[in-house]
Design a protein around this ligand. Structure first.
Ligand code: SF4
Length: 398
């Protein structure tokens, strides 16, 4: 710890800063209900604040209590989560609500260890719930807090590694205010400081334009600032190049219905409704050439055989109406891979469901209410089957 910055000073400075410059008016601030706090923390994990601002009130209105969330069908929870991405969070939200109801009588446990054992609740989220709802003197350590501490104390190791992570947790613990009553404000202040002042790309101490208006309260003690390493800390770990995959997806349409496939719960987009698709193939130079060649002249038979077995494809072909239509390709970027989707539309004369489990015909005007991955929602939107938004050929994560 820098000699000039002691624990009581850190907490006092941060609390003073928060009173003047902290974020105000976020709907999840100043809450004491652990359910409402927990939902906001899970939503904020991998979603931008502006999106959470829009979707959090809706979700809380739909599932106002942990009992309501636990009793809801998973489909309803996934539908409500639709477009927010990282759907494991939604499945865990549902599982965790059921744990709270079944194992804890509908009340969140007040012990940190029990909170950490809930589905989808990591150590930092457990810390946030405990600090906000129960005023426990326990730290949080999300990505923003790691960045603040690494800069402030000049920690230049890999923050993902166990030794550095242990060091940061210890630091976070040591810095806590001595009065438990300060924990909610302190925790919120730490979050706000990382999100608005000590940001990843434009920390306030490097922003000359604002130097008169806003000043970092730790500028004279911050090791990264003093050693001119602000943007070098925390150390960036080079990312491996994401593999690129390709697949074909089919919109099989009969008048006002389309055929959807329920995805397996334990994979990507687990439990969501998606389009019938070919297997995802690694994109090699040869494959790219081949797929560009065949892209333009695909017959309905070829397309159906890429997705279904020969018996199912034959059944569907029997009802074929017209030629397949090629849609706008979509590049979808996941955290660790890129998927290039080529959609096609095949129209049939009547609904045919040839011995396929996990498939269902869905009315087009009901699509918006289903739990669909963002990429599938965009494909439908590009085809004007879901309204709203411009046509796009790129989407991200989820
Ligand atoms: S001086 Fe800069 S790097 Fe250091 S804590 Fe303040 S904003 Fe962050």
């Amino acid at each position: 710890m820098p000699k000039t910055l002691t624990s009581p000073q850190f907490a006092a400075t941060l609390l003073r800063w928060h009173a003047q410059a902290g974020r105000k008016g976020l709907p999840w601030q100043n809450l004491h209900d652990p359910y409402a706090i927990w939902v906001s923390e899970i939503m904020l994990q991998q979603t931008q604040v502006s999106t959470v601002l829009e979707r959090y009130p809706q979700l809380m209105q739909r599932f106002p209590t942990v009992q309501a969330l636990a009793a809801a069908p998973l489909d309803d929870v996934l539908a409500e989560w639709s477009g927010l991405g990282y759907y494991t969070r939604a499945r865990n939200l549902h599982t965790c609500a059921q744990q709270i109801v079944q194992d804890y009588g509908g009340y969140f446990p007040e012990q940190l260890a029990q909170l950490e054992n809930l589905a989808g609740v990591g150590r930092s989220t457990a810390g946030a719930i405990a600090a906000f709802a129960f005023k426990l003197r326990v730290p949080i350590l999300d990505a923003n807090v790691k960045r603040v501490l690494a800069r402030l104390f000049g920690i230049d190791g890999n923050v993902q590694s166990k030794p550095v992570s242990d060091q940061l947790w210890q630091l976070a613990q040591n810095l806590l205010p001595s009065a438990a009553g300060d924990m909610p404000r302190y925790t919120q202040a730490l979050m706000d400081f990382g999100a608005t002042y000590c940001t990843a790309r434009q920390p306030i101490c490097l922003n000359n334009e604002n130097s008169q208006a806003k000043k970092c309260p730790f500028a004279s003690q911050c090791v990264a600032k003093k050693t001119q390493q602000v943007l070098d800390l925390p150390k960036k770990i080079p990312k491996a190049k994401s593999p690129e995959l390709t697949c074909t997806m089919l919109i099989i349409q009969v008048q006002d219905h389309v055929l959807l496939q329920r995805r397996a719960t334990n994979g990507i987009w687990g439990g969501l409704w998606s389009l019938p698709e070919s297997s995802w193939q690694q994109q090699t130079a040869d494959h790219l050439k081949q797929s560009q060649k065949i892209k333009k002249n695909m017959s309905a038979k070829q397309l159906l055989q890429m997705v279904f077995n020969s018996e199912q494809a034959a059944d569907l072909l029997h009802e074929l109406s017209g030629k397949p239509e090629q849609g706008l390709p979509l590049k979808h970027v996941f955290t660790h891979r890129v998927l290039r989707i080529q959609p096609w539309r095949i129209s049939l004369t009547k609904v045919s469901l040839p011995h396929i489990t996990d498939y269902a015909w869905c009315k087009i005007d009901q699509l918006d209410r289903l739990g669909l991955p963002q990429a599938i929602r965009i494909i439908f939107r590009n085809w004007n089957l879901i309204h709203g938004g411009d046509k796009v050929n790129e989407s991200a994560t989820h």
